[in-house]
Design a protein around this ligand. Structure first.
Ligand code: PGA
Length: 254
């Protein structure tokens, strides 16, 4: 079922001590609201902090644990990598896949992401699958064609049952970490388009039930306007997820 969701993507930021402090502040500030508002909150810290932060979250209320990536294989000789099953075993529920930083700096393509998606789903975890166009693509007026291809190749190979587990995050690359947010109209236009593509690939019910997040310089000031759009179900938050007050304000924007 579609829900309102706010996920904090810490990326490669924070020490363990800073992370623990941030999470206690967040749980203290939102404990009551999160319980009653129906907003699902997900925190995605770096791998080494997952287990301890997960314990804090379980103790602190309705906030869920997510990871930022995982390997596509179940186990084996892949030095330095982390599998979906490992994540599941430390209490992770969500995994971000296909973030533009992974696509750009680690050369993750739709083929590899398909394998990662399968691995995440096989471990019983829920993918947050990111799509989004570059500034060049937007300026060339190719945004919709680009997104259609990304969705088809990256996501729509999943069965109906698998697709039910997926949350999509629309993150225009030109808006990530730049302070340049998509306008609420731009976000709504793309979110509606994504929903239309889901209806085509699956059916109207799947389209209606899919949670679609916006990401890219979302903050305490613009979240309310973005989340008020009919097809924007929440946000994948980077920079503003590193400050307890900002992140909490975003959660309260619903
Ligand atoms: P940002 O990052 O909010 O700092 O733009 C969002 C993301 O990359 O998920």
């Amino acid at each position: 079922m579609r829900k309102n969701l706010v996920a904090g993507n810490w990326k490669m930021n924070m020490t363990y001590q800073d992370g623990l402090a941030l999470v206690s502040e967040i749980t203290n500030m939102v404990a009551d609201e999160v319980g009653g508002s129906g907003v699902e909150v997900v925190i995605c810290p770096p791998f080494p902090f997952l287990h301890s932060i997960g314990k804090l979250l379980t103790a602190g209320g309705n906030i869920h644990l997510g990871a930022q990536n995982c390997h596509q294989k179940e186990s084996g000789a892949f030095t330095g990598e982390v599998s979906a099953k490992m994540l599941q075993s430390v209490g992770v529920e969500y995994v971000i896949l296909g973030h533009s930083e992974r696509r750009q700096y680690f050369h993750e393509d739709n083929e590899l992401l398909s394998q990662k998606l399968k691995a995440v789903l096989a471990a019983g975890l829920k993918p947050i699958f990111c799509v989004g166009e570059s500034l060049e693509t937007r300026e060339a007026d190719e945004t919709f064609a680009y997104l259609e291809k990304q969705l088809k190749e990256g996501l729509f190979h999943l069965s109906n049952e698998e697709f039910d587990q997926v949350t999509i995050a629309y993150e225009p690359i030109w808006a990530i970490g730049t302070g340049k947010t998509a306008t609420s109209q731009q976000a709504q236009e793309v979110h509606a388009f994504i929903r239309e593509q889901i209806a085509r690939a699956y059916d109207a019910e799947a389209a209606l039930n899919t949670t679609i997040l916006y990401g890219g310089s979302a903050n305490a000031q613009n979240a309310r306007e973005l989340f008020s759009q009919p097809d924007v179900d929440g946000g994948l938050i980077g920079g503003a997820a590193l400050k307890s007050r900002d992140f909490t304000e975003i959660i309260k924007s619903f």
